[in-house]
Design a binder for this molecule. Structure first.
Ligand code: MN
Length: 147
């Protein structure tokens, strides 16, 4: 696991985002951050293998069963990013405001290369979720809630 891409995209003299590092903790946290950038979206991140695996979800994490949302996988973020809120200055990567929408713990049910199933235990977002990778597409996944 590496944060190389995360570090390459950012200038830490200019952005308040954490530099972070790969950690060994295994606390199974997740966070959903509302990101008002060029395009308003939500970022879903889950702690896995010492980093936060991350997806940009344009329409947000579905809170009802039956709604499928596109989730575009983005670069791994440091675990310390889970508590980040603030303003990323103009000219910086991801410029705009970041606010925590929800956070909590999750339990992993199943994990394969193209399929992650887990239970989210947030304040607003709860239940069993599936992330299923589109075949033949690079970073595109579907995120939906199931029974
Ligand atoms: Mn974002």
């Amino acid at each position: 696991m590496t944060l190389k891409k995360y570090w390459q995209k950012r200038k830490f003299k200019e952005t308040p985002e954490p530099r972070g590092k790969v950690l060994k903790t295994r606390k199974y946290r997740f966070v959903v951050q509302e990101h008002r950038a060029t395009h308003h979206h939500f970022d879903f991140r889950m702690e896995m293998e010492g980093v936060l695996k991350s997806w940009a979800v344009p329409k947000g994490v579905p809170e009802k069963i039956g709604i499928k949302r596109l989730a575009v996988q983005t670069e791994d973020h440091p675990i310390s990013y889970a508590s980040f809120e603030g303003v990323i200055p103009r000219g910086c990567y991801g410029a705009g405001t970041v606010k925590i929408y929800d956070r909590g713990k999750y339990e992993l049910i199943e994990k394969a290369k193209d399929r992650i199933i887990f239970t989210l235990k947030g304040k607003k977002i709860k239940g069993i979720y599936n992330l299923i990778k589109f075949k033949g597409r690079k970073n595109q996944w579907l995120l939906f809630k199931t029974r």
